[in-house]
Design a protein around this ligand. Structure first.
Ligand code: 13P
Length: 335
């Protein structure tokens, strides 16, 4: 029997697990490789993904992995499609389907995600390749004057239209309006922008009759800007984030996952832990990190097969800490 999208969404939110966002575009992957002094070619990106997905018992920690177009088509060292390999391990393959950002005409410094053209056809193909959930990311920058209402609305509208199409194709849309960490803003300003962003997104989702119990919100945490000079205090981050989420995210939403957005791996774990510790959340929460999971793995790997073991251990260690944080059981000593 084909599982309903509601069942798929609750499987993604399985207690004790989280999601790995391994959906970097080729250009982002090439930056990651360059950062550890490894030649930035497609093969090295493929080897890195192989290392991540074949880490022993990684399925104990992961309910899903988000892939990029070339990765879902790519092959593991053992000659199996990555999507199939994940499926066999009981990890749900997901796929990033937006085609990146384009400058918004007439609105300097703001961008709109594109990729709706031909989306239905692409989804049919991804479904065949094993994908059961999708991701669409839009980006919201904070300055004194940004974001503008017009572009915030436009992105919310597109996210909702995308989500409706994905549900029509029996997949779970992950809806990701990323409010950027970069900037000089305060925690309060971040909370204010996050509030408005999510308010618009859920208004549009409801207008498009999207089933919220078959949808996962991927959100930023409310954080003081990375160039603000303000220290990150996990308790304050958690309070502001949860205040905003409780105010605007309907309780029928299947789950909320967090992106790491440029926080260090430890900050991302500490903040998730502080959010879970506040308790009484009406939706399941977990992590859907890319950088905060992959950075220590890249550092340990350095492109060498001889380091595969230690790099996989670094991944499993980070995953175990975040799984603990998801239920508020993380302690600094566990690092
Ligand atoms: P980061 O955790 O590195 O922010 O990536 C998550 C993601 O999926 C961004 O789209």
């Amino acid at each position: 029997m084909i599982p309903t999208i509601q069942k798929l969404a609750s499987t993604l939110m399985t207690p004790g697990k989280g999601i790995l966002a391994a959906d970097e575009s080729e250009s982002t992957m090439s930056k990651r490789l360059t950062s550890i002094g490894v030649q930035d070619n497609t093969e090295n990106g493929r080897r890195f993904r192989d290392l991540l997905f074949t880490a022993p018992d990684v399925e104990e920690y992961l309910s899903g992995v988000i892939l990029f177009d070339s990765t879902i088509r790519g092959m593991s060292n053992s000659g199996e499609h990555f999507g199939r390999l994940l499926e066999r391990k009981g990890i749900m393959p997901g796929i990033k389907v937006d085609k990146g950002l384009q400058p918004a005409p007439n609105f300097a410094q703001e961008e709109i995600s594109h990729g709706l053209d031909g989306l239905r056809e692409r989804l049919d193909e991804y479904y065949q390749l094993g994908a059961r959930f999708t991701k669409w990311r839009s980006v919201i920058r904070i300055t004194n004057d940004l974001p503008s209402d017009t572009i915030l609305r436009a992105n919310a509208h597109i996210l909702a239209y995308y989500a409706a199409i994905v549900q029509e194709k029996h997949m779970v849309p992950m809806v990701e309006p990323e409010v950027l960490f970069e900037g000089t803003h305060t925690l309060e300003r971040s909370g204010e922008v996050l509030h408005k962003t999510l308010k618009y997104v859920f208004e549009e989702l409801q207008a498009f009759r999207v089933s919220l119990s078959g949808l996962v919100l991927k959100t930023s945490m409310a954080l003081p800007g990375s160039e603000s000079g303000i220290a990150i205090n996990p308790m304050l981050v958690a309070r502001e984030t949860v205040r905003v989420l409780k105010d605007v995210v309907p309780f029928s939403t299947a789950g909320i996952v967090f992106l790491s957005g440029g926080q260090t791996p430890i900050q991302a774990t500490e903040n998730l832990n502080a959010i879970a510790l506040l308790g009484n959340l009406p939706w399941p929460i977990t992590f859907s990190y890319s950088r905060a999971l992959e950075e220590p793995v890249l550092e340990a790997w350095k492109g060498l097969d001889a380091n595969t073991d230690v790099a996989q251990k670094a991944l499993l260690h980070r995953l175990s800490l975040n799984v603990a944080a998801r239920k508020g059981a993380y302690k600094k000593e566990m690092e």
